[in-house]
Ligand binder design. Structure first.
Ligand code: FNR
Length: 400
């Protein structure tokens, strides 16, 4: 990185990665199996072109939006990701402070290294008022009593929603973890799932995960149970789409003008985005179109490509957010144009932590905010509501 100046997220990734030991770097940066999905998550954004309007007064362009009734400075949150403290000793507390400073939301992973109370306290103003909202991420766990304890704690600490990670009945096949016999470093704990450092280090991360998660999970049992025990909003994270039909539609609308092609594709797709419909039918409040940053099932599509089908299926009946591969403000803009209300980033926050703790996460968030604002202004958008499909140009599909 020239002069160690961080100008963009790839600069941050490079500088942070150099600071991390191999096993931590690979744990954070890798995806599963052949790395197809993790790579495509980022590269897929480049298929989408912008369609700017010029000679618009953008001097008062406003990047803000709202989530859970609270203003977000721009449509972003930090995705729940385990083990922030392996990147920096202050871990999730530093992330929370940086999010509070930037005015964005934060997800707390069940595998966080600090208790929910500490992470929430980190975002308090000098007068003791939380400056941002947090959501608690849950897996579908075998141990219902523990799941309930996590829910009660999250409620008591003022978390606004449960992000139920639905794509992880078992862990993805992660060769890096096997190769490095990846174990959480000495001294780190998982207080939310009640594991101290000694218990954690006895087994690999893969074994811990498999022991906790419930591969019998299902829509009919787990969502009604969650709804029966909590009044928190329930969002499903990791909703996929129907790949066969999507490929067919991609071919059909390949190189077609963006607006016309996608509009037709949307109405056709409503019938096939099964998981989006399941989330609506079971009464969930929202979905995060997510493939776990390419860490679970490799070979699923980039989330930005899955998004239109989920948006179409939702037809405005459920809130839709997206994460995966977002590395610039323009990526956020494209996701909003394709129908997401808000974006989340996982690895960029970890890179920020590894680079310089809270200050590094602040750099990451400010970089994305500035890029997003510039993109809005250069496309002639004055508010996030102005970001629509009309802002995207040609929809191109890679390959034959
Ligand atoms: C994750 N992610 C994740 N998701 C989740 O629901 N629970 C978790 O505990 C974790 N842990 C986790 C650890 C690490 C190291 C990474 C990189 C990711 C997935 C995360 O919430 C999010 O979906 C992705 O990180 C988004 O993709 P990007 O922004 O990292 O490309």
């Amino acid at each position: 990185v020239s002069g160690d100046r961080i100008l963009c997220i790839p600069d941050l990734q490079k500088a942070a990665s150099q600071k991390l030991p191999t096993s931590a770097r690979e744990f954070y940066n890798s995806g599963s199996t052949d790395q197809i999905t993790i790579n495509e998550n980022s590269t897929a954004f480049s298929k989408y072109r912008l369609r700017p309007r010029v000679l618009v007064d953008v001097s008062k362009a406003d990047t803000s939006t709202a989530l859970f009734g609270r203003r977000l400075e721009f449509p972003l949150g930090v995705s729940p990701a385990g083990m922030h403290a392996m990147a920096h000793p202050d871990g999730e507390k530093a992330t929370s402070r940086a999010c509070a400073k930037a005015g964005v939301a934060m997800g707390i992973s069940s595998y966080a290294n600090y208790p929910i109370a500490d992470i929430r306290s980190a975002c308090l103003s000098s007068s003791g008022i939380p400056q941002i909202d947090h959501v608690i991420q849950l897996y579908t766990m075998k141990d219902r009593a523990m799941q309930l304890r996590i829910i009660r704690e999250a409620e008591a600490r003022g978390c606004k929603a449960i992000f139920l990670t639905a794509d992880s009945p078992v862990l993805g096949v992660r060769y890096n973890e096997w190769r490095n016999d990846f174990r959480t470093p000495e001294g780190l704990e998982f207080p939310i799932i009640e594991r101290d450092t000694e218990m954690i280090r006895k087994v690999t991360h893969d074994d811990t995960f498999t022991a906790f998660n419930d591969d019998t999970h299902n829509w009919a049992r787990d969502i009604p149970w969650l709804k029966s025990v909590t009044g928190m909003e329930i969002w499903i994270k990791g909703s996929h789409y129907f790949p066969g039909l999507h490929r067919f539609l991609q071919k059909l609308f390949c190189y077609a003008p963006r607006r016309e092609g996608l509009a037709t594709a949307i109405s056709a797709c409503i019938l096939t985005a099964e998981d989006t419909l399941m989330a609506i039918e079971t009464g969930c409040h929202g979905i995060i179109v997510s493939n776990h940053g390419g860490r679970q099932l490799d070979g699923v599509p980039a989330t930005i490509d899955a998004l239109p089908e989920c948006v179409a299926a939702a037809a405005g009946r459920i809130r839709i957010h997206v994460d995966g591969g977002i590395r610039s403000g323009t990526d956020i803009f494209k996701a909003l144009a394709l129908g997401a209300e808000c974006c989340w980033v996982g690895r960029p926050a970890i890179w920020g932590l590894a680079y310089d703790g809270q200050a590094g996460v602040e750099i990451m968030l400010e970089t994305l905010r500035i890029e997003f604002k510039r993109c809005m202004q250069l496309t002639g958008c004055n508010s996030v509501k102005d970001i629509t499909l009309a802002c995207l140009g040609v929809y191109r599909v890679d390959g034959p």
